[in-house]
Ligand binder design. Structure first.
Ligand code: HEM
Ligand code: HEM
Length: 175
């Protein structure tokens, strides 16, 4: 299995990509429906959110080390620039959504624990007004992530079905 991203997306970047997509689906569902789910759902949401944040840090570090494969032939420069900007936004939101969750919890005086094993540092002192604001930011940024991710999926579907190139397959199986 190719590890670094030479020629195609290597196994490490592919694993990070799909693992994070799967966890985000669970995480969004837990967040949106926590009122109707058993008590303790938010604790799971917090722990999973911190896991996603840690995976995003590791993923970005690997991406900076391992690079990215050369673009596929025949894709216009403006589309490559747009895709690059979209990927940049996706990374930004992958950090911003969990960090606003962490800030919201700290402002609300709810210590952030990871699966009951350890407590994360308190980033800010409790503050009710800031807690409300951060709750709004967390939700807005989540919806921004949903919108950008849907545009990202539309672009991938376009390449797969209509341009019939290897954009999707090289992220799925590396060829
Ligand atoms: C990428 C990771 C995350 C995603 C996609 C996500 C998504 C969401 C969503 C969709 C909601 C429901 C928003 C609403 O309808 O009000 C929510 C609520 C919440 N999230 Fe997250 N979240 C993430 C990470 C985190 C983290 C790391 C924490 C804390 C450390 C956190 C703490 C919370 C809390 C406490 C609520 C409940 C807010 C309320 O009282 O309604 N989230 N999250
Ligand atoms: C919330 C969900 C998603 C996020 C946050 C996300 C994020 C990203 C990022 C940041 C990249 C750039 C590669 C990198 O630097 O690691 C990427 C590439 C890619 N993603 Fe996603 N993605 C998501 C969902 C999806 C889905 C559902 C599909 C399948 C339809 C998909 C297919 C791809 C493909 C094929 C590439 C490679 C594009 C290229 O070669 O330029 N992604 N994704």
């Amino acid at each position: 299995m190719t590890l670094k991203n030479t020629g195609t997306w290597g196994g490490v970047s592919r694993s990070f990509h799909w693992l994070i997509v799967a966890l985000l689906l669970v995480q969004g569902t837990l967040g949106l429906f926590h009122d109707d789910l058993p008590r303790g759902t938010i604790r799971l949401h917090v722990s999973l959110g911190i896991t996603i944040l840690a995976l995003a840090v590791a993923r970005l570090a690997w991406r900076l080390y391992a690079g990215r494969p050369a673009p596929l032939a025949g894709i216009p420069a403006w589309q490559l620039r747009l895709a690059g900007f979209g990927h940049f936004l996706l990374y930004l939101l992958l950090f911003a959504v969990p960090i606003t969750g962490w800030l919201m919890s700290d402002y609300g005086d709810h210590p952030v624990r990871w699966f009951g094993l350890f407590e994360l540092p308190h980033l800010v002192a409790p503050d009710d007004a800031a807690h409300e604001i951060m709750e709004g930011r967390h939700e807005q940024l989540f919806w921004a992530l949903v919108v950008v991710a849907l545009l990202h999926v539309l672009a991938v579907v376009h390449h797969h079905l209509f341009r019939r190139n290897a954009t999707l397959t090289r992220m799925l199986r590396g060829s």
